[in-house]
Design a protein around this ligand. Structure first.
Ligand code: SF4
Length: 350
C-alpha cells in the first residue's frame, strides 16, 4: 500500500494560486509538481554519509554513487567521501557505505573478507524486494525481475538468487522468459520503474505464462508512484516539462517519459538550471517542473529562478499526494552514534 495521503482528485488541480484552467490561459506560468524530489530512502542514505563523516571523520568510502545525483555526490566528495566502484578499491580496515540501491550478498561477503566496517544505506524498500527474492528462491520459484539490465539495484536484487532470477527489461523482452514449473513463477520489480510500462511488461509475460503470480505487495515504491502521478497531471497541461535529475537516475528518466505520454508537447531532463536552452521556449506558455527522487530542492529552486527570469514567474503547485515517510538511520551507524551519545535521528543541519 502506498504510505502517503493522496489528494482527492475532483478533476481540478490543488494549487497555491487561484483556480487554474489548464488549456484556457495563455499567460506564462509554471506548474510545479508535488510530490517531487527527495524520497525517504535517498534522504536517509545521504544523511547516513554526512553523519558518518561527522562521527568517524574522513575519508568515508561509498560503493557506487550513494544516490544517482551529480550534485549530491560532488557535495559529499567535498566533505571527504570517496566513491568507488568495487570493494577491492577500499583500503583494508576502512569504513564503507553501501548505497541506497542495495548490494548483492557477494558484495557484502567481499567487504567482510577485506575487513571493512560497513554501513548499509540500502533503502528499506529495496531491501523488501531482496527479502521477496530470498523467500521465493527458497520455495524454488522462478523469479522474473522486471527491471533495467545493468542498473545497480537490479544487480543487487538479482544477486540474492542468481540461479533463480531472470531479468526482463521491458515489454519487448517478455517473450524471453523461461519457466520450469508454471505453478511456481512470480514477477517482482525494480523500485523505480514506470508503473504503466511495468504493467505492459507483465501483460506480455502473462501471454507466455498465464499462471504468473503477482508480488506480495507493490515493488515500485511510493515515491516513484507519487512522482509519476503528479507529473501526469502536470504533463497533461504543459507545453514544456523540465525534470531535474541525473541521466543515471531511473526514476528521473521515467518522469520525462511519463510527462510525454501524458501529453506534454516536449519534456527535458536537466542536472542544473544552466542546461536549460532558449530554443525550448518557442510558443510555450505553460512549463511543468518536477524532480527525481534523488534531487535536492535547491536545484529545483535554481530552475524556478531561471524560469522567472524568462517571464515564467507565476508558479502554481500541482499537488497529488502528501508524503510523510521517514526511515531511521542504518543500524550500524545508529549503534555507534548512540554509544557516543550523539544524535541518532535522521536529521542534519542542511
Ligand atoms: Fe527507496 Fe523509492 Fe527512494 Fe528508491 S526511490 S530510495 S526505493 S523510496
Amino acid at each position: 500500500m502506498n504510505p502517503t495521503k493522496p489528494i482527492a482528485d475532483n478533476g481540478h488541480f490543488a494549487e497555491s494560486a487561484g483556480d487554474h484552467q489548464p488549456a484556457a490561459s495563455s499567460r506564462k506560468k509554471v506548474l510545479l509538481a508535488s510530490p517531487r524530489g527527495y524520497c525517504a530512502g535517498v534522504d536517509r542514505a545521504v544523511i547516513a554519509v554526512e553523519k558518518a563523516l561527522d562521527h568517524y571523520g574522513a575519508p568515508i568510502y561509498v560503493r557506487k554513487q550513494i544516490v544517482h545525483n551529480r550534485f549530491v555526490v560532488s557535495s559529499l566528495e567535498k566533505r571527504g567521501a570517496i566513491f568507488v566502484d568495487e570493494v577491492d578499491e577500499v583500503p583494508t580496515g576502512s569504513i564503507l557505505v553501501f548505497s541506497a540501491h542495495g548490494v548483492s550478498p557477494a558484495v557484502v561477503a567481499a567487504a567482510e573478507e577485506r575487513g571493512l566496517q560497513t554501513i548499509d544505506a540500502t533503502c528499506p524498500l529495496v531491501t523488501k524486494v531482496h527479502r521477496e527474492v530470498q523467500r521465493f528462491a527458497k520455495e524454488d520459484y522462478d523469479i522474473i525481475l522486471v527491471g533495467h539490465t545493468g542498473h545497480e539495484e537490479v544487480e543487487g536484487t538479482a544477486g540474492e538468487a542468481p540461479d533463480r532470477v531472470q531479468i526482463i527489461d521491458g515489454p519487448e523482452h517478455a517473450d524471453k522468459a523461461m519457466v520450469r514449473d508454471p505453478k511456481k513463477v512470480v514477477w517482482l520489480s525494480q523500485t523505480t520503474l514506470s508503473v504503466d510500462e511495468t504493467m505492459e511488461t507483465v501483460e506480455k509475460l502473462r501471454i507466455k505464462v498465464p499462471t504468473l503470480q503477482n508480488p506480495p505487495s507493490d515493488d515500485i515504491c511510493y515515491a516513484t508512484q507519487n512522482r509519476q502521478v503528479a507529473i501526469k497531471k502536470v504533463g497533461a497541461a504543459s507545453d514544456l516539462v523540465i525534470v531535474v535529475g541525473s541521466a543515471n537516475s531511473s526514476n528521473t528518466v521515467r518522469l520525462v517519459e511519463v510527462a510525454l505520454q501524458a501529453g506534454a508537447k516536449a519534456a527535458y531532463r536537466v542536472d542544473f538550471a544552466s542546461e536549460i536552452q532558449e530554443a525550448w521556449f518557442e510558443g510555450v506558455s505553460t512549463v511543468g517542473v518536477s524532480s527525481g527522487a534523488s534531487v535536492p530542492e535547491v536545484l529545483v529552486e535554481e530552475v524556478l529562478e531561471q524560469l522567472a527570469e524568462r517571464g515564467y514567474g507565476d508558479v502554481r503547485n500541482v499537488t497529488t499526494a502528501e508524503e510523510d515517510v521517514q526511515f531511521s538511520l542504518p543500524k550500524e551507524l545508529r549503534k555507534d552514534l548512540k554509544q557516543a551519545g550523539e544524535d541518532t535521528s535522521n536529521k542534519t543541519k542542511r
